[in-house]
Design a protein around this ligand. Structure first.
Ligand code: COA
Ligand code: AMP
Length: 629
């Protein structure tokens, strides 16, 4: 089989291609049609079908006689715990938790927020919601109470399932006070909370509102799977946009199962029974798709790893896990490899383990720099595959399809468009550009099954964020180039989104938080280059006239405030006070120019700049922070 033939078979008959792919899913009512485009540019896939994602990820493997197969391996160097869960056990736990939710009034279409660390119960919680047709929304544990509150008010959950704590190297992060704070801040109140009590820090439960998750499961009647419409939402996952209000990406059930099952074989070359490890977090899209759903949909073993690539206990942890659990394919963000490489540049620890089970490494979430790819290739001796996608799509737009054929690697390019995606480079007027020219990366509509059909409660925002700039296309927010061979290269974001350690963050959200400090008259946050995390946020603060507080105290407060409001994951530690910000004559802050100065790149003086002298002040301030050198 050749990639070109598979891609062409999709192009020539997308309907037949996706109906064929849909055969990998069990339907309680088979879809007669794949695409419904009667409301274009809003599209619906498999809308006339009926299925249940939990059935497909759990029950059917047990029915087929694979109940003893391991579904989840939990390996937690931060607690010392290791545990295996078979498919039969996963079915029991999932149906009990589903019963506990149902018994307390959660029904099809209700939302449930999940705020949990990297423990298998997080997967059980997601599947339990799917089982009864409730829509889950997982919130990453590194977000603080305010961010959780914003999501509670948008999703309006009937219930919240949370861990009592998470464990970061050297500290226990108590989730419960954050949860209580978020519920207090939010206008919407959930009916009840289920709390996973962890021994590292048990939480005080509020009488009548909070219940111990283990007790609730023990006393529950197991619930069967509820068939739901193919286009009905499975989950909402909030992601950063340009403002402080996150975007609620909606994931439709049927198309998601069809597309993810397709990717496991064709992109990752993974078969039922293989061990697949996505070293990410359930709070991100990689965790949703490749820790939870895709591996289970095809009946393989997924790994839930609660630790870091370094420091838990050392830079050999990944290799220990691969050897011990027989991992066939590892998927992580390049930043994890940069962290390992920094601690063990010669790969001494790699040599201490038998990694013969490992057949491939997949990287995504941020730009994969050539040094990191080459180091990984040399150390592991397996194909290192960069692939490009987004929360919005839920799986790779551009990749090297290892399970079809491995195409020649061009380092710096995530390779070529996957079936379903007609990727084009457009100029400012929306016209396709010739090969080799830089422009906006866009995908011709319709997007394939499983991608976002809309934003939760925000159809207008969906339209304006993605569909308006280039009519007939989905705007990805990335800029890039496609070469003569169809290879894409991603160069930068075209909006105010930055990527810190593979985490997608909004500089606009940080500016909103900084702007709320009483001393701050105006501010700007940019993403500067960082050798470990790819980018780091850096804030410029202009203070109100008459501010008496010393600048270094304002900066300290600003750092504390962002951590408290957005969370430690924002990694906001760099800020400086300046008199003015560089602007165009129409008042637009020249963030792009400041980024270039910080990164020591050459730049053209913007023709519309109001006062070029301000750039010297900015350069001096950046030099004080160790940048612009
Ligand atoms: N709960 C609470 N706090 C969390 C958290 C969580 N789930 N995840 C991260 N944090 C905290 C960290 O402890 C850190 O706090 P600190 O400022 O007190 O040190 C802060 O948020 C920033 O986290 P991070 O950016 O991850 O930095 P780090 O120094 O802890 O680790 C790496 C750096 C590179 C090792 C780490 O980012 C990593 O493993 N990345 C892998 C990439 C990845 O998983 N990407 C997901 C998308 S694929
Ligand atoms: P997220 O929605 O968090 O997955 O972030 C998506 C964004 O991360 C993309 O729009 C890109 O800007 C960036 N990204 C993801 N994968 C890659 C990659 N392989 N190469 C370059 N950038 C990437």
């Amino acid at each position: 089989m050749k990639y070109a033939d598979v891609y062409q078979s999709w192009r020539s008959d997308p309907e037949a291609f996706w109906l064929k792919a849909a055969e990998a899913v069990d339907w309680t009512r088979k879809p007669a049609k794949a695409l419904n485009d009667s409301r274009a540019p809003f599209y619906e896939w498999f809308g006339d079908g009926e299925m249940n994602t939990c059935w497909n990820a759990v029950d059917r493997h047990v029915e087929a006689g694979h109940g003893d197969r391991v579904a989840i391996i939990y390996d937690s160097p931060v607690t010392g715990a290791k545990r295996k869960t078979t498919y039969a056990e996963l079915l029991d736990q999932t149906s009990r938790l589903a019963g506990a939710l149902q018994g307390r009034g959660v029904a099809r279409g209700d939302r449930v927020i999940i705020y949990m660390p990297m423990v298998p119960e997080a997967i059980v919680a997601m599947l339990a919601c799917a089982r009864i047709g409730a829509i889950h929304s997982v919130v990453f544990g590194g977000f603080a109470a305010h961010e959780l509150a914003v999501r509670i008010d948008d999703a309006k959950p009937r219930a919240i399932i949370a861990g009592s704590c998470g464990i970061e190297p050297g500290r226990v992060v108590e989730y419960k006070p954050l949860l209580d704070g978020a519920i207090e801040q939010a206008a919407h109140k959930p009916d009840f909370c289920l709390i996973l009590q962890r021994d590292e820090k048990r939480a005080d439960l509020i009488d009548g509102r909070d219940f111990d998750m283990a007790d609730a499961m023990a006393g529950a009647t197991p619930a069967p799977c509820v068939p739901i419409g193919g286009a009905d939402p499975l989950y909402i996952l909030y992601t950063s946009g340009t403002t402080g209000q996150p975007k609620g990406v909606v994931r439709p059930s049927g198309g998601h199962a069809v597309a993810l099952a397709w990717t496991m074989k064709h992109i990752y070359d993974i078969d039922p029974g293989d061990v697949f490890w996505a070293a990410s977090d359930v709070g991100w899209v990689v965790g949703h798709s490749y820790i939870c759903y895709a591996p289970l949909l095809i009946g393989c073993t997924t790994l839930v790893f609660e630790g870091k690539p370094v420091g838990t206990p050392d830079a050999g942890t990944f290799w220990r896990v691969i050897q011990e659990h027989g991992v066939k394919s590892l998927f992580t963000a390049p930043t994890a490899f940069r962290a390992i490489k920094r601690e063990d540049p010669e790969g001494k620890l790699v040599g201490e383990y038998d990694l013969s089970c490992l057949q491939s490494l997949f990287l995504a979430g941020e730009r994969a720099d050539p040094d990191t790819i080459e180091w990984a290739q040399a150390q592991l001796g397996v194909p290192v595959i960069d692939h490009w996608w987004q929360t919005e799509t839920g799986y790779a737009i551009v990749a090297n399809p290892l399970g079809i054929e491995m195409l020649p690697v061009k380092i710096g390019s995530p390779t070529v468009a996957m079936p379903g995606y007609d990727v084009q480079i457009l100029d400012e007027t929306g016209h396709p550009m010739p090969p080799g020219e830089l422009g906006a990366v866009a995908v011709k509509l319709p997007l394939p099954p499983g991608t976002l059909p809309t934003l939760w409660n925000a159809e207008d925002r969906f339209r304006s964020s993605y569909l308006t700039t280039f009519p007939g296309y989905y705007e990805t927010g990335d800029a890039g180039v496609i070469d003569e061979d169809g290879y894409l290269k991603i160069m930068a974001r075209t909006d105010d989104v930055i990527n810190v350690a593979g985490h997608r963050l909004s500089t606009g959200a940080m500016e909103e938080v900084l702007g709320s400090l009483p001393e701050v008259a105006e501010c700007a946050v940019i993403g500067v280059s960082d050798p470990l995390k790819g980018q780091l946020p850096l804030g410029f603060l202009c203070l109100n006239a008459g501010t008496e507080k010393p600048s270094d105290e304002v900066v300290k407060d600003a750092v504390k405030h962002v951590r408290a409001q957005i969370g430690p994951v924002a990694a906001f530690k760099l800020a400086c006070v300046v008199d003015r910000l560089p602007k165009t004559r129409s008042g637009k802050i020249l963030r792009g120019t400041m980024v270039k100065i910080a990164d020591g790149e050459t730049f053209k003086m913007p023709a519309t700049i109001d006062d070029p002298a301000i750039l010297d002040e900015i350069r001096t301030a950046l030099q004080g922070l160790g940048y612009a050198r």
